[in-house]
Design a binder for this molecule. Structure first.
Ligand code: WQD
Length: 351
């Protein structure tokens, strides 16, 4: 059974991907220093899969500690690298912290890939690498523009580092560009746990509906879009997770033709912020308390994916609807609120 190392395995997408990997017959270990995640999420993974996941509580910026994991686990066949700081807004406030953490941790992992001859590497990238695209939907060939934040730059730089690295070693890599991951596993045993006040739309919606936040602010309704609010490609986190399993299978089965391939992970449908709110109101039967506020600096006006390549080459077929994304997000928020004992307080803000 192929052993896969998942970095950031206690995170939102990492934990959902571990579930999908196990359900597809992979053996998984996690490394996560829990600076931005709660190890209790792996209890939820165990409830779903019946498997207890070992997590190495290691900071990937510490090379010796990272190296030791590979010494102890000599049969790692693939790595999925999620671990990174990921708040667009926070990265603007703390650029050096973001460059230091996201780039150093990636380089340390790649040094271990080289030293231990790991054959397959999957990287968590982002549609933020496209910046504000001139044409939508974006394909993998759409030229990246200037990133809108230090976070976006760490993803652009990460892709370039992996591209060059893959030319000089036998490793085969895949870069997965997520659009807007939302929702929770249908078992409602795992889901998103934002650190502090949520920056992203969907947890801000669910926390407003749960009374944790007093009101949602819609950042602008005067854009040149069908209803004036921004357009995004919301994609269920379980569809994102399954794409990682399919990407690994694609590599292991030797189907890749290049040393480093890129795939968009979006539904291919653009949804406005106000349409997302309507969907939430419909599935929750709650009238959401929101106001229209000023635009948010750095926001892309409209972006959504052309996902043909992932469908054709990986056999990926995203299946969750917008309503299902909103419903699972809402059910998870209610569980979080009810089970504060299990998940305790939120992880600390970045120190
Ligand atoms: C979406 C829309 C906001 C909060 C995210 C991730 C990024 C990348 C892409 C993975 C925008 C509006 C939000 C609120 C609002 N994913 N909004 N009120 O900025 O598209 O980026 O997806 O790597 O890492 O951050 O997501 O959810 O912050 O914003 O009106 O309280 O919702 O203006 O138009 P974004 P988001």
């Amino acid at each position: 059974m192929a052993k896969i190392l998942v970095t950031g395995g206690c995170g939102y997408i990492g934990s959902h991907t571990i579930v999908d990997l196990i359900e597809n017959g992979f053996d998984v270990i996690s490394v996560d220093n829990n600076s931005h995640s709660n190890p209790a999420i792996l209890e939820g993974v165990e409830k779903i899969t019946g498997k207890k996941i070992k997590n190495y509580r290691v900071d990937l910026c510490n090379f010796d500690d990272t190296f030791a994991i590979f010494h102890e686990n000599t049969n790692i066949e693939g790595i999925i690298h999620f671990a990174a700081f990921k708040s667009v807004g926070e990265s603007v406030q703390k650029p050096l912290t973001y460059f230091e953490n996201n780039i150093n941790s990636l380089i340390n992992i790649l040094k271990c890939v080289q030293e231990f001859h790991i054959p397959y590497f999957v990287f968590s990238s982002s549609c933020t690498v496209y910046g504000n695209p001139d044409q939508i939907p974006v394909t993998e060939k759409t030229p990246p523009k200037a990133a809108e934040s230090p976070y976006g730059y760490t993803k652009q730089m990460g892709e370039q580092i992996i591209n060059e690295f893959s030319k000089s070693t036998p490793v085969q890599s895949i870069l997965l560009r997520y659009f807007n991951p939302v929702g929770a596993h249908p078992s409602i045993q795992i889901g998103e746990m934002p650190v502090g006040k949520p920056q992203n739309l969907v947890p801000a919606i669910t926390q407003t509906a749960a009374g944790i936040l007093p009101k949602l602010t819609v950042f602008g309704d005067d854009y040149d879009t069908r209803d004036g609010s921004c357009v995004r490609d919301f994609i269920h986190v379980c569809d994102i997770a399954n794409a990682h399993t399919l990407a690994l299978k694609y590599l292991i089965q030797g189907k890749t033709k290049a040393r480093c391939e890129v795939f968009n992970l979006g539904t291919g449908r653009g949804v406005t912020v106000l349409e997302a709110i309507r969907s939430f109101e419909k599935v929750s039967n709650i009238k959401l308390n929101y106001e229209i506020g000023p635009r948010r600096a750095g926001d892309v006006v409209a972006i959504y994916a052309n996902n043909d390549l992932a469908k054709q080459k990986l056999g990926w077929d995203p299946k969750y609807t917008l309503d299902e994304m909103m419903l699972t997000a809402w059910l998870w928020e209610q569980k979080l609120k009810a089970d504060t004992t299990i998940f305790g307080g939120q992880p600390k803000e970045l120190n």
